[in-house]
Design a protein around this ligand. Structure first.
Ligand SMILES: NC(=O)c1ccc[n+]([C@@H]2O[C@H](COP(=O)([O-])OP(=O)(O)OC[C@H]3O[C@@H](n4cnc5c(N)ncnc54)[C@H](O)[C@@H]3O)[C@@H](O)[C@H]2O)c1
Ligand SMILES: [Zn+2]
Ligand SMILES: [Zn+2]
Length: 347
């Protein structure tokens, strides 16, 4: 079979590799039917994630068909259609029992395409298959369900739920990439009065309007703090969601927020950001951080299946499974290509 293999910073290849086999009793081997690329894969290719080593198959998002299960797997069988989530859960450790699967200490967490071979291949071995995959209801496309492997729960849990969006809130989302757009989409489940998208790219701000933004600010040429103050009668945003991952945008969220408001940080940060406690100590602001846990996946599956959560427009480009070179190129040049999520499907 073939898989997309990482060969150190800047280097990857779609090459012949051995088909995965059952190693642990709880494993499933899943035939990959649809797979996508994450911004995190681009970080890996830049060399920002040293835990990913030469020879690793990339990818942590897929929809597929179960081909074989280990003797310990109870709820899946060959032929089942499943969502393979970015987070694997042992189901037994203290964190998993609190629904904090991203923090799993029993061998799960973010492992696919990170510490074990991932989903950007014709087949993938999924450990703890009972608790790490989701059966897909009939009548919903692989592509739409694929949006719930990572960006759906990430925007919703780490952005909207950590930010505790409430009816009537003014929600500012800094960063209108796939993750920020997912946060805008799922914010609407709580009827905010305004969703303000803030980005430096006009193309991304145009996309934001399709995902529920009621106002947009290009902070490369506009003062976002001033604009939010105008919009809220000088109060500030009730919720500020950071979906970029650079110090400036976290610091901007802390400036946009009203007294008593909530900052939810989603971005993966590689550098320290300044926390201005000299301003914030008196403001009663809550700041939350975290890796996605995917505890909301069953809820989001219901909403996508019923058509209440429209994720279709997140998918901008389609490729065949052996076109990873082209797909990475288009996804990596999102500013020029307008790419949000690219989907590769088996023919
Ligand atoms: N916490 C988690 O569990 C988790 C999971 C997945 C991804 N992430 C992280 O979420 C972040 C967003 O992911 P994405 O895939 O949407 O990324 P992306 O790169 O596609 O989008 C980021 C957006 O931020 C904009 N931007 C850049 N600098 C900016 C600035 N100074 N001000 C305003 N906007 C700016 C870009 O124009 C772009 O539209 C990344 O850091 C990613 O690693 C976190
Ligand atoms: Zn991801
Ligand atoms: Zn666990």
């Amino acid at each position: 079979m073939h898989g997309l293999v990482y060969h150190g910073p800047g280097s990857k290849a779609w090459e012949e590799i051995p088909k995965p086999t059952i190693i642990e009793d709880g494993d499933a081997i899943v035939r990959v039917d649809a797979v996508t690329i994450c911004g995190t894969d681009l970080h890996i290719l830049k060399g920002d994630v040293p835990a990913v080593t030469d020879g690793r198959v990339l990818g942590h998002e897929a929809v597929g068909t179960v081909e074989e299960v280990g003797p310990g797997v109870k709820t899946l069988k060959a032929g089942d259609r499943v969502l393979v989530s970015c987070i694997t859960s042992c189901g037994r450790c203290d964190f998993c029992r609190e629904g904090r699967y991203g923090l799993c200490t029993g061998g799960g967490g973010w492992i696919l395409g990170h510490t074990i071979d991932g989903t950007q291949a014709e087949y993938v071995r999924v450990p703890f298959a009972d608790t790490s995959t989701y059966q897909i209801p009939a009548g919903v496309s692989d592509e739409n369900i694929l949006m719930l492997a990572d960006i759906g729960p990430t925007g919703y849990e780490v952005g909207v739920l950590n930010g505790a969006v409430e009816p009537g809130d003014v929600v500012a989302v800094v960063g209108a990439g796939p993750i920020g757009l997912s946060a805008m989409l799922t914010s609407q489940l709580y009827s905010p009065s305004h969703i303000v998208a803030i980005d430096v790219a006009d193309a991304r701000l145009d996309a934001a309007k399709l995902f529920g933004a009621t106002a947009t600010i290009n902070n490369s040429r506009e003062d976002a703090v001033e604009k939010i103050q105008e919009l809220t009668g000088g109060r500030g945003a009730d919720v500020a969601i950071e979906a970029v991952g650079v110090p400036e945008t976290f610091e901007l969220c802390a400036e946009l927020i009203r007294p008593g408001g909530r900052v939810a940080n989603i971005g993966v940060h590689g550098k320290p950001a300044t926390l201005h406690l000299e301003d914030l100590w008196i403001k009663g602001v809550t700041i939350k951080t975290g890796l996605v846990d995917t505890y909301s996946t069953p809820t989001l599956l219901k909403l996508v299946t019923s058509g209440q959560l429209k994720v279709d427009e997140l998918i901008t480009h389609h490729f065949a499974l052996d076109q990873f070179a082209e797909a990475y190129d288009v996804f990596g040049r999102a500013a020029d290509t307008g790419a949000l999520k690219v989907v590769l499907t088996r023919s």
